[in-house]
Design a protein around this ligand. Structure first.
Ligand code: PLP
Length: 427
């Protein structure tokens, strides 16, 4: 479910008309639904009922302070991948003691900052990093809580750029090498406390099978590490896939709870049903690190059509948002459903929707049958709440779009549109 639907011929976010937001605040414009964030967080939390667990929202998916504040209010922990993200969490009122710090390339400055803030665990991705963490903690006269990320070598069956759990990916430590690494750490690294074990096999997984495979493969290791080294948590990562293809229709059905596998191969009901029995008797606290599953369907990007160009081979609809505002299609062939804000008729036309940026990769769809829309009209790129604004760039000296958070009938600007002065500040 999500908060976007047509009402009386116009697309709404909760109780707010998106046309009026576009007219008032300009385009391109990100709009988020607060109640969708809440709903998704609560469903994920509920899916693991029956296991001692914590949901640590993956900040990188959408790190707007207002989004973080909302999730902190729900009781979320946070999975961060940089000191900058930790700074954001703290500014938003999040608790550092509920933060885990992932990523393969933490610097000394980042480690020192996180140690001083008292985070829950460093999720370490190599032996070299673990040794460096020990050294930095020693220099500060503290001990560093750590988990090592295991690479279970299972195929997440997702796009190769967002697959992370195979031996050829840069993430984590080989499954076969990890037990000995814990032994060495316990023997040789006095400033490390081995607190947990971590894994994350990829993003936008649409089948339960890789999750089950990874949990079954790694569970004996987690148990062994608990017995030998007293670890207290196992983070099973994020990666739960969302609906991109028929995103609007998904708003009104309970796709998180769809009963049959035909309805949807990966639902939170299914996720909980398959994983809880495999996790509940381990005596470990289970951490979940969802990003996309919480934020993805909670946001849209509004953009206005500027021109139509009839080429000899194609029809191009040129819009005022580009790959600098939403890079997923260009970066990993990400699909976003495209719908006009004014409810269209039945007619469809095959078009390319392209942005203004000087790159051939700057498109939102190619040869896609879309409802017709004209220059001047506003369209919505659905499911843009995760890995959208956070990946924005100023390429072509285009200011970042504004972001709006809708909560019921209230719409708040949670990030102002950049100005030209913002663009050159610091140069
Ligand atoms: C990106 C990331 C996540 C979140 O992935 P989603 O697919 O957005 O759920 C979780 N854990 C780690 C370590 C990550 O790098």
């Amino acid at each position: 479910m999500h908060g976007f639907a047509y009402r009386n011929g116009s697309l709404f976010c909760e109780d707010v008309d998106l046309q009026s937001l576009a007219d008032e605040h300009g385009t391109p414009l990100y709009v988020y639904s607060a109640n969708t964030f809440r709903d998704h967080y609560r469903r994920l939390d509920a899916a693991l009922a029956g296991v001692d667990h914590e949901v640590a929202y993956a900040v990188k998916a959408n790190s707007n302070l207002s989004v973080l504040r909302l999730l902190a209010g729900e009781g979320a922990g946070f999975d961060i991948v940089s000191a900058g993200e930790l700074f954001r969490v703290i500014q938003a009122g999040g608790d550092p003691a509920k933060c885990t710090f992932a990523g393969v390339g933490k610097t000394r400055e980042e480690i020192e900052y996180a140690l001083k803030q008292g985070i829950y665990s460093f999720n370490v991705e190599s032996e070299a990093e673990l040794r460096f963490l020990d050294q930095v903690a020693g220099d500060l006269g503290v001990t560093a809580p750590a988990a090592v990320r295991v690479n279970p070598n299972v195929d997440a069956k997702t796009h190769k750029y967002i697959s992370t759990g195979k031996s050829e990916n840069k993430f984590g430590v080989d499954f076969e090498a990890i037990a000995e690494l814990y032994d060495r750490a316990a023997a040789e690294l006095p400033n490390i406390t081995l607190r947990g074990l971590q894994m994350h096999i990829g993003s936008q997984l649409t089948s339960i099978t890789p999750f089950v495979e990874a949990v079954e493969k790694v569970a004996p290791l987690a148990t062994a590490l608990k017995e030998k080294h007293g670890i207290e948590f196992w983070s099973i990562g994020g990666g739960i896939g969302i609906i991109y293809q028929d995103a609007l229709a998904a708003g009104s059905v309970d796709w998180w709870d769809a009963q049959s596998e035909q309805d949807r191969p990966l639902t939170l009901t299914r996720y909980g049903k398959e994983l809880v029995p495999r996790l509940k008797d381990l005596g470990l606290k289970i951490l979940l690190e969802p990003g996309r599953a919480i934020a993805g369907n909670a946001g849209v990007l509004l953009t206005r059509c500027l021109y139509e160009k009839q080429g000899s081979a194609k029809t191009f609809k040129i819009v005022d948002a580009g790959m600098g505002d939403l890079i997923r299609p260009a970066l990993y062939e990400g699909h976003h459903e495209i719908i006009p804000v004014k409810e269209p008729g039945e007619e469809r036309r095959a078009v390319d929707v392209v942005g203004p940026i000087c790159e051939s990769g700057d498109f939102f769809c190619q040869d896609r049958e879309l409802p017709d829309f004209q220059p001047g009209e506003v369209i919505a790129l659905m499911s843009a709440g995760a890995y959208g604004f956070v990946m924005a760039s100023n390429y072509n000296s285009r200011p970042f779009p504004a972001e709006i958070l809708v909560d019921g009938d209230k719409a708040t600007v949670v990030r102002k549109r950049q100005t030209f002065d913002d663009l050159i500040a610091g140069e």
